[in-house]
Each structure stands twice: as structure tokens, then as C-alpha cells.
Design a protein around this ligand. Structure first.
Ligand SMILES: [Ca+2]
Ligand SMILES: [Ca+2]
Ligand SMILES: [Ca+2]
Length: 183
């Protein structure tokens, strides 16, 4: 794993570590499901909110299945090792898993595309720097039709996980990856 990859994957970890305690756990995914529900306008105790919260667990459950652990929590060190051992040796699985994950949470109208509003909501939900959201969206929208397709998101995750090129467009999925590790 190159330093650049490590920086991006650490950023991804921090994005997913919603409560900021440096451990990935069920609570992080519950919370993001709740936040997205609130952004969309789902009521407290509604079925939609429950389903979205359960969807938000999907990626975490998949990772727990693939990682050799008995507790449902992951440290940054384990996360990086997981990418080294599992993801970078079976590249396509997690590119597809991660794309599916983002679509399940943020393709609110279910049209198979992430439009700019939906993408900005993702930045809002994860508390990312809004100032780079538009730039990131334009980089990911390769054909410039104003929405991110499944194919464009897969391409972006390929860059994000695998590219050692600091200028690769997909590095920007979750905004400025070069800053969050300074915290
Ligand atoms: Ca956490
Ligand atoms: Ca959509
Ligand atoms: Ca597009």
C-alpha cells in the first residue's frame, strides 16, 4: 500500500467513524442512517427511517464478515490491514460493495444516479467540507451530464482504493482526502 492510498483509506475511515471515537462500530452506521433520514425528511419511528438505518449497516456487516474478528468493531489499524489483505487482493468486490453502499444511502429518488443535490446531501450527512463538494461532483461526473452513474461511481472507487496518482479524479469522492488525517 502506498502512502497516498493509506492517506485516502484513513480519510475514508474518519468519514465512516461518525461519532469520532476512532473505532468503526454499529453506532456510526446507525447515526448516518438517522442523519440521512432527517435530511430526506423521514419521520421519527417511520418504516422508511428504520429501513435506511438497516441499509446503512450493509457495508459494515460485509466488512465484519470478511475480517477475522469476534467483536463488531474495527480500529484504523485493522481497517488498513483489511484493505491490504482483502481489498487490494480482490479489487472488484469492494469497489462494487462501496458503490452499492453509497447508492443505497444517497440515491434518494432511486433513479440509478446520484445527482448534485443527492451528492451534496452526502457531504452534509458525513460532515465533509462543503466548499469542495461541487468540485468533487464535477470530477466524478466524467461525461458531464449532471449526475453520477453507477459506472462513474465504480470508476471513482477504483481510483480511490487503488490509484497512487494524487491527481486521480476518484480520490475526491469524500472531499479533501489530504486534510482529514491532520486532525
Ligand atoms: Ca466510531
Ligand atoms: Ca438519484
Ligand atoms: Ca455522469
Amino acid at each position: 500500500m502506498t502512502d497516498l492510498q493509506k492517506q485516502k483509506l484513513s480519510h475514508f475511515f474518519n468519514v465512516l467513524d461518525y461519532n469520532g471515537n476512532e473505532i468503526l462500530e454499529q453506532d456510526d452506521f446507525e447515526r448516518v442512517g438517522n442523519t440521512v433520514s432527517t435530511i430526506i425528511g423521514y419521520r421519527e419511528n417511520s418504516r422508511e427511517r428504520l429501513l435506511l438505518r438497516l441499509k446503512a449497516h450493509g457495508l459494515f456487516i460485509q466488512i465484519l464478515k470478511d475480517i477475522d474478528k469476534v467483536e463488531a468493531e474495527i480500529s484504523l489499524e485493522e481497517w488498513l490491514k483489511f484493505f491490504d489483505d482483502v481489498v487490494l487482493s480482490q479489487p472488484n468486490d469492494y469497489v462494487n460493495q462501496s458503490s452499492t453502499y453509497l447508492f443505497s444511502l444517497f440515491d434518494q429518488d432511486g433513479d440509478g444516479h446520484i445527482d448534485e443535490g443527492e451528492y451534496l446531501d452526502m457531504f452534509k450527512a458525513y460532515g465533509l467540507y462543503m466548499s469542495v463538494a461541487k468540485k468533487a461532483f464535477d470530477l466524478l461526473d466524467i461525461n458531464g451530464d449532471g449526475k453520477i452513474s453507477g459506472g462513474e461511481l465504480v470508476k471513482a472507487f477504483e481510483d480511490f482504493f487503488h490509484s497512487s496518482d494524487a491527481d486521480a479524479a476518484g480520490n475526491w469522492i469524500f472531499g479533501d482526502w489530504s486534510k482529514s488525517t491532520e486532525e
